[in-house]
Write a protein that binds this ligand. Structure first.
Ligand SMILES: C[S@@+](CC[C@H](N)C(=O)[O-])C[C@H]1O[C@@H](n2cnc3c(N)ncnc32)[C@H](O)[C@@H]1O
Length: 234
């Protein structure tokens, strides 16, 4: 079964499962993502939440940025988007689509969020090129993602073991779908280290502004700024 149909099967229990499995911390991580981005782009006018799922990040962004900001959420999963639509109302534009082929003109957005979406993209290189294309010059892309910690005995390592072994079992029980949560574990295992993520973004024309571990969780917050193509690598 493909990853997309797995997301459609767990959409109705997705938020509850996140809250329980992260002991409520997942909302704090998303809030951090938004606040740190606001430090770099306080006057953002257009923001895209890429792989928006049920719309948690847009909900938080709406509360923390000014009302006049134009928000767009994009996700390929109709079931996830239905939940986002009920929650966010008609003012937020929600679009069904893929990160690898974004339906926007070049230089449209000041900021793009990707919260736990990057590891699901089937062609990350293509998606990064698309993100670079639709960001305005000096626009930022802020990413939250689970990565395998380097340190042997770090708190993040404990969090990673919990995410790899306990989350698939508990997530399976809560959602009733063990396959989807086994996929989660595999996708984390297969995702590159934080250093490699920075390398991939740098090679696509982004400058890293912030890389921060959200220990004890194995998630990392990355913020990158779009460089103009042709400017020297950092
Ligand atoms: C783990 S959920 C994250 C949802 C949300 N951003 C959050 O913070 O809860 C991953 C999302 O990525 C979406 N997704 C999967 N493949 C994608 C792709 N190629 N392009 C865009 N989104 C994708 C899924 O439909 C799913 O909603």
């Amino acid at each position: 079964m493909g990853a997309l149909s797995l997301f459609s099967k767990i959409a109705s229990t997705y938020d509850l499962t996140n809250r329980i499995l992260s002991f409520g911390m997942d909302l704090r991580w998303r809030k951090k993502l938004v606040l740190e981005t606001k430090n770099y782009k306080p006057n953002a006018e257009k923001i895209l939440d890429l792989a928006c799922g049920t719309g948690d990040v847009i909900k938080i962004t709406k509360d923390l940025f000014l009302e006049k900001v134009y928000y767009v959420g994009l996700d390929p999963c109709g079931e996830m988007l239905n939940i986002a639509r009920n929650r966010l109302g008609k003012k937020v534009s929600l679009i069904r689509g893929l990160a690898e082929n974004l339906p926007f003109k070049g230089e449209t957005f000041d900021a793009i969020f990707i919260s736990f979406g990057l590891r699901n993209f089937s062609d990350r290189k293509k998606a990064l090129d698309e993100i670079h294309r639709i960001l305005r010059p000096k626009g930022v892309v802020s990413v939250l993602e689970f990565t395998k910690p380097n340190g042997k005995y770090s708190l993040s390592k404990l969090g990673w073991l919990y995410t790899k072994y306990a989350v698939p079992a508990l997530g399976g029980v809560i959602s009733g779908n063990f396959e989807a949560y086994r996929y989660l574990s595999r996708s984390i295992e297969n995702f590159p280290s934080a250093d490699k993520v920075v390398e991939e973004f740098s090679n696509t024309g982004f400058k890293p502004l912030k890389v921060k571990s959200l220990s004890p969780s194995p998630s990392v917050l990355f913020i990158f700024e779009k460089k103009l193509r042709g400017s020297p690598k950092t």
